[in-house]
Structure formats: C-alpha cells, structure tokens
Design a protein around this ligand. Sequence first.
Ligand code: TXA
Ligand code: MG
Length: 327
Amino acid sequence: MQYTKILNINEKNDILKAINLLKTGHVVALPTETVYGLAADGNNDKAIEKIFIAKNRPTTNPLILHLSDLSKLDMWADNIPAELYKLAEHFWPGPLTFLLHKKTDVSNLITAGSSKIAVRIPRNEVFRHIIRESGDGLVAPSANLYTKISPTSADHVLCSLNCRISAILDGGPCNVGIESTILDLTSKEPTILRTGPITAQKIEKILGIKIKMPAKHFEHVPGNVKRHYQPNTKTQMMNIDQINSYIALSSSKNKNIGILHYSDLETYYDRLFYIRASAIKETYARDLYKHLHFLDQKEFDEIIIESPPQDDEWLDILDRLRKAVAS
Ligand code: TXA
Ligand code: MG
C-alpha cells in the first residue's frame, strides 16, 4: 500500500476525493465528534473487509453503521422501537449508538454474524455529507490499531495506520473525544452496553424509565474486551494518595515516569513529567486520548494515571482507563 493521503476538510476537492475513494471501495479515516472513524461503504463487503485488515481487528468484533439522517434507518433496521425516535430527537446527531434488530439482508460482516446492528448519526456535518454522497451508510470503527489508543486527531490516525489506509480527512481535533454510548434497545429493558458521553441519567430523563447498566460489562458484547485503548508503555491507575507515596519512593528515582493527574500533588519532582488534566469532565474527556498518545510517544518507563472521580458522570472515563491499564 502507498502512503496514506492527508485530505483537508476545508477543501471541497479533498472532500470529493474522500467520497470517490469510499464509492470505489477504499477505506478513509473521517473525523467525528467522538473519535476519528475508519469508514467504508456499508453495502460493499470487500471494502468492509479492508477495515478489519487495516486495524488488525478480528472479524468477530462488529462495526457501527453511521447514517446521514433518520430517514435511512429503516433500510438497515427492523422493528424500530418508539424509544429510538424519542431519544433520537434529543441526542441525534450525536454520541449515542443504538443496538437494533437488523434487516435480514444487511451484511453479516458488519454485525459479526449477529442479528443486531449498532447505528448512530454522527454530529460532524461533513461526515454526514460524505455519507449522503457515497451511498446509504458508512460503517466505521475507531481509526486505530486493534486494542490501541483511540485517535482524536489526524496525526493520531497516521501514527498507527499510515500506509495501511487510503486517506485521512483532517478535520482537526474531535471535540467530544470519547466513544459514543451504546444503548441496546432490543431487550425489554434498555441496557447500556458501553458507557459514553450520553449518561444513563440523561437517557432516563427522556424515557422516564430506569436504564439497565451491567456493573461489569467486560466481554458482554463482542469486541467489548478487557484490554483496549492501551498505550505501549506500562501504564497504571492510582488515586492521588497512592501517586504521592509511589513517586516519593526511592525505587521510583531511577525511572522516567509520566503522570496524568487532575488533583494537586504533594511534591513535584523535577525528574518526573507531569500533565495536569482538567477536572471538568467534558474537557477531561476531550483531551484524554491526546494526553495518552503524547505520554506514550515519550517512551517513559511508566505512565501513571490518576483514577477519575467516583461519580456516575465519569463512568465512561473509568471504563476506558480500566481497559487501558488492564493486563
Ligand atoms: O463514537 C464511536 O462510537 C466511534 C465513532 C467512530 O463513531 N466508533 C467506535 O467504534 O467506537 P468501535 O468499533 O471502536 O467500537 C464499537 C463497539 C464494538 O467494539 C462493539 O463492542 C460494539 O460497538 N458493537 C458494534 N456493533 C455491535 C453489534 N451488532 N452488537 C453488539 N455490539 C456491537
Ligand atoms: Mg475502538
């Protein structure tokens, strides 16, 4: 494969190039509000296969279908429940993915053989324009190598997928920064399969019913695996007291350590490298993968991440970080 082309979202011609590549069965990384997605035509199995190859991703891990607008939904999904329309009114376009019953003719490659399909309408207008112009729907997982840190900039995509994909449409940094919430609407009780920016509380407020959330949903769905979002560097999560004690230890003196924290530390040692993250959830989420990519590229001996606040609003951050440090 040749070098990956970098296309600019502000150039009409570049957007046309992205559309043409997708129409002719290539894969292109596109910006969404959550993370960059690696897109392919949902009606073209040969193109979809390229996603799994480029990412080194097992085909047992299903893909999210991205639509331009609600009117296309019944081409892909069956028995769409009323809850979807209620929630779509509030949260689409946006970082909420629904699991629905799929239409029988939808490719099994998208759903990993399941009779259910995950669907969302992304907020990025250019992405939606590209979907409209390139076919009926684009499947897109995050544009990173399997189990590695998700990309929130074109540079992050290039770091892991250069020469493995045809092009990246550079749309600047993603402003939500963390993957969509996945809500299963196929069971009697709506259930969150992956926590994300749209919290259970926000959904409950619209539906007026309790949303189920399995406390531990590792491997609850295919692809929802224990190790994910991982830096190459050894990474640990600790609370602020543990960090204070750990970096004061003489055994940490000979190590190059990068620390991602949002609380005050007792002592700041010149020998260590610190990134002060925001204590505001939305800002923390927006910058998390950027910080992890940065720390990983520094090739420290270790990365230490302060554990997030024990608060429902931060559950998605806790989920991503647990998987990032899992061994
Ligand atoms: O924000 C996002 O959701 C981003 C952007 C690009 O839209 N996409 C994303 O895709 O995070 P990915 O492939 O990295 O994660 C999607 C996860 C899969 O790992 C799987 O757990 C779940 O969604 N999923 C997709 N289709 C499914 C299905 N049919 N049944 C169960 N789980 C599914
Ligand atoms: Mg992913």
